[in-house]
Design a protein around this ligand. Structure first.
Ligand code: 5AD
Ligand code: SF4
Length: 469
């Protein structure tokens, strides 16, 4: 039993990151034969990719996946802590599982992901959700086989969460959702400690994967016919800083570009670490896509400072302008409204910045107080009603610019990676290099290919098009 600790999660040591190699013990490889698992994933791409590793491990233990929780022998929730909403959803799910467990006590239930790293959440599970079999965190994903095997023998609640550091575990089996697009982790954790954000506590210290391991993984993906990789990290722009003297994200992108994978994306960028070398790399290498997600969070300097963002709106605009000089680039962002004490004037600064940047799209959020973060201690006199009203106004503006950006694509032809059937009969869907969703008529055999599509209609959130012969 090892429970998480807020105090330990805050600490950063100079200890070198341990790299381990995953091996599935022979004795676990048949445990799941004839048994079914249900996995529910909340949160970001990082979590989605962790779930691909979780599935990989479960399949290597001979479990098979089901879509309905009611049909499962093992139910696992891979949770997210970023906002209260995600929290509540996971706890709601635990409520449903409790009922299932009452009718079938043999079901094994576990919780992992970011919420597992929270001292408060684990305390609540120990108090109110004792039927859960085990909990493991973001730093010991690879403990899943052992914990699961043990819980088939002994139904006692087991908590195995490490609060500090986290090793890097290579070669965990992976069962990818797509055959064409793949997520590849390049850096784990975050050391930025933005005052509203729980991630530095749930995902730990910033740790880069070795460039050789990343490039090897991409080369294998190329061999398997993958068309696109998204390099993942909470702050990918910090890549290499903990590992190399003179090798940064730009260098990694250039090396990956040489594998000839047709499309390379990277997520998420912090404006602080965005180097000129990176801008040049995006400009000069066609398979490093012209797409940058550059969260701004607020357009007001007082709020940015309180958020601990390390840039001013002027500095952000400077970087934005440099990026905009790249032909055809698409820039998206994240914005939080209603940060503690944000005034109407300060919110108007955010709208003003959106008017300046005219983002291709933006994810917008109402500030959510996260336990144990510095911002949670700030006085907040902005009512929820005011915050909601700000969110509506912001969304109206953001959607207007998304539509305009899509309309500029009308009657032009773009490369689209075809991903599958869309909801409408006979229609396929795919994404442009700038990550715009396009629906168009086509046959199954086109799935997985990059094709030329001419845009015929533009909406705020998607485009219609037709195949160009
Ligand atoms: N409240 C609201 N939004 C948040 N985000 C991160 N923490 C919070 C919070 N406490 C948003 C930020 C970040 C995105 C992933 O989630 O905009 O970029
Ligand atoms: Fe949610 Fe952040 Fe954890 Fe991703 S890293 S799952 S967004 S809390």
């Amino acid at each position: 039993m090892q429970v998480p600790s807020y105090e330990a999660a805050k600490k950063r040591t100079k200890n070198e990151t341990l790299i381990r190699d995953f091996k599935m013990p022979l004795k676990y490889q048949k445990i799941g034969a004839g048994k079914k698992f249900f996995l529910k994933t909340y949160g970001c791409q990082m979590n989605e990719h962790d779930s691909e590793n979780i599935k990989g491990m479960l399949e290597a233990m001979s479990f098979s996946e089901v879509d309905e929780m009611e049909d499962a022998d093992f139910i696992l929730l891979n949770t997210c802590s970023i906002r209260e909403n995600a929290h509540n959803k996971a706890f709601g799910m635990l409520g449903r599982i409790k009922h299932l467990k009452q009718s079938n006590p043999k079901i094994i239930t576990a919780l992992c992901g970011c919420m597992a790293q929270e001292e408060g959440v684990v305390a609540e599970i120990l108090k109110k959700y004792k039927f859960v079999n085990f909990v493991f965190g973001t730093h010991n994903l690879d403990d899943l086989p052992k914990l699961l095997a043990n819980s088939f023998k002994d139904q006692k609640l087991n908590i195995e969460v490490k609060s500090q550091e986290g090793d890097i575990v290579e070669n965990i089996p992976v069962s990818r959702v797509s055959k064409y697009k793949a997520y590849v982790n390049i850096i784990y954790g975050c050391d930025k400690f933005c005052t509203y954000c729980i991630v530095p506590y749930t995902r730990g210290k910033q740790r880069s994967r070795k460039k050789e391991d990343i490039i090897k993984e991409v080369k294998e993906l190329v061999k398997d016919g993958y068309q696109e990789v998204t390099l993942l990290g909470q702050n990918v722009n910090a890549y290499g800083k903990d590992l190399y003297e003179d090798y940064e994200l730009a260098d990694l992108l250039i090396d990956i570009s040489k594998t000839n994978i047709p499309r390379i994306r990277f997520l998420t960028s912090h404006p602080w670490d965005f180097s000129d070398k990176l801008i040049e790399a995006i400009k000069n290498y066609p398979n490093i896509l012209n797409f940058v997600h550059l969260p701004v969070q607020s357009g007001n300097n007082r709020i940015l400072k309180l958020m601990g963002r390390r840039y001013t709106r002027e500095k952000y605009k400077e970087l934005f302008d440099k990026l905009k000089s790249i032909e055809g680039i698409s820039i998206t962002t994240d914005i939080i409204v209603g940060f503690p004490g944000e005034t109407e004037e300060e919110f108007l600064d955010t709208l003003d910045l959106v008017n300046y940047c005219k983002y291709d799209s933006a994810f917008t959020f109402i500030y959510s107080k996260r336990e144990n973060t510095p911002a949670a201690k700030l006085k907040d006199d902005v009512t929820l009603k005011e915050k909601e009203e700000r969110l509506y106004r912001l969304n109206d503006l953001v959607n207007k610019y998304s539509l305009e950006s899509n309309q500029r694509m009308l009657n032009k032809t773009y490369d689209v990676l075809v991903e599958g059937f869309s909801n409408k009969e006979g229609m396929l869907f795919g994404y442009t290099e700038t990550n715009k969703l396009v629906n168009f008529k086509g046959q199954e055999e086109l799935i997985g290919k990059i094709l030329k599509v001419k845009i015929t209609d533009a909406k705020s959130f998607s485009l219609d098009g037709e195949l160009v012969e």
